[in-house]
Design a protein around this ligand. Sequence first.
Ligand code: CTP
Length: 207
Amino acid sequence: MKVLISAGPTREKIDIIRFISNRSTGKMGYALAAVAAELDWEVVLVSGPVSLTVPDNVRLIKVESAAEMAKAVCAEAPVADLVIMAAAVADFTPIQSYDYKIKKTSGNLTIELEATEDILFTLGQNKPEGQVLVGFAAESENLIANAQGKMRRKNLDWIAANDISKAHSGFASDSNAVTLLSKDGKKIEISMDSKKNIAKKIIEIIR
Ligand code: CTP
């Protein structure tokens, strides 16, 4: 069983010392990688910048930007039996970045952003026969409807819907609660627990 998991935030460069990112810590993706490795599955973890210990028996590919994550994930995905995109990929990146420090000038600074590639959408478009493709949906409103929309649009088999408006759930937290939805209409509530236990339940259900 070959598994590809993405985790963590991405960093979109503004200049040599500044970037745009998000609050993802990578804990959910690393927990999924640990659980998959404990099952003796062959695990590749594509990770944005995080400060976590890499689980045993996991092959780590470190990336920074959404573009680097897209390249690494798309290179590994064709041979994977299971792909789980747990990374919080930036949706926008500066159109221009600088190899020096932008100096303070009088007045405001405008940074123009362009959309990044939707990696999961690309994976869904190129999904090999038999591959199971899983996404996460971080939602602050209309949790189920928005997650179902993402699952359909991105051609996923499962989506783990995360209500990020609730305390201790999802982003930058040790615990999580998810609703796991399948393309054939299953709806499974996984109640608040540690990310390791949530990962165990997700893997148990989708395997
Ligand atoms: N994702 C991705 N590439 C992106 C953005 C998101 O692969 N550029 C993946 C995430 O890893 C996640 C899923 O798409 O598995 C949903 O991410 P989410 O941030 O919830 O949704 P978006 O598609 O970015 O849509 P929106 O920001 O409008 O909610």
